[in-house]
Design a protein around this ligand. Structure first.
Ligand code: DC
Length: 228
């Protein structure tokens, strides 16, 4: 296979492990593009709902996936907004309900297959930071650096809780913890592209680390590998 000169750094891990914060900081620091692949699965779940497509109907969900056109625009504060069919649906797709629906459709092989090329099309100069579950194992196996973030379940649930509360979603911490547990179980145990670290991934346990500390740890690796 011909080597792609555009370099990719992948960041995989379960929800609340700090992938979003790390990809944001890294993409700003390196001035590279960013792919939030979870947002694509979330937009697809949104599209299923607005088209009355049953989340269990793999053929129909895969059909929608093949035609899915979501647009990601960077706002002035650097935040990435998700535009779908002319509407900014960023806040709607961030709800925990959307994460749950996204995880359900993400377990379907035909759906994943339909979205791979779309995710690979984000690989543009000068480079790409790709955040998700299977970025290093399936979508960008030739990435120059693969990070796998982990953290204790209770810490991840608290982080998601604070994020959702910050966005005005009122959730119970205990319920959220249960939902995250189920979502992770589904993501880890699915047959295709399960959430597992790539063999050559650098695993970082972020349980006792701040977002800045994780970022600094990754920057050490970036400079050790002479990526910039
Ligand atoms: O990262 P996130 O919470 O936005 O992702 C939502 C769901 O989408 C997650 O529970 C599993 C699925 N997903 C996936 O299967 N593969 C990816 N590369 C990204 C997300």
């Amino acid at each position: 296979m011909k080597e792609d000169p555009i370099r990719v750094i992948t960041i995989d891990g379960p929800s609340g492990s700090g992938k979003g914060a790390l990809s944001f900081l890294l993409s700003q620091w390196m001035s590279w593009n960013v792919l939030d692949s979870g947002a694509i699965y979330r937009v697809l779940a949104y599209s299923c709902r607005s088209n009355n497509v049953d989340l269990l109907n793999e053929n129909r969900v895969a059909e929608l996936a093949r035609d899915l056109k979501a647009d990601f625009q960077t706002a002035e504060n650097g935040e990435i907004r998700t535009i779908f069919q002319g509407f900014d649906i960023s806040d709607i797709i961030r709800r925990e309900e959307s994460g749950k629906a996204a995880s359900k459709i993400a377990s379907m092989p035909r759906v994943r297959e339909a979205l791979v090329l779309q995710q690979q099309s984000f690989r543009k100069a000068p480079g790409l930071i790709a955040d998700g579950r299977d970025m290093g194992t399936v979508v960008f196996p030739d990435a120059i650096l693969k990070i796998f973030l982990s953290a204790d379940e209770s810490v991840r649930a608290s982080r998601r809780y604070l994020q959702l509360m910050g966005k005005g979603e009122s959730v119970s911490l205990a319920r959220l913890r249960g939902e995250i547990e189920l979502r992770d179980k589904r993501d880890i145990s699915r047959k295709v592209s399960p959430l597992v670290p790539a063999e050559d991934a650098l695993i970082i346990d972020s349980t006792n680390l701040s977002a800045t500390e994780v970022f600094e740890r990754v920057l050490d690796e970036v400079s050790r590998l002479k990526i910039t």
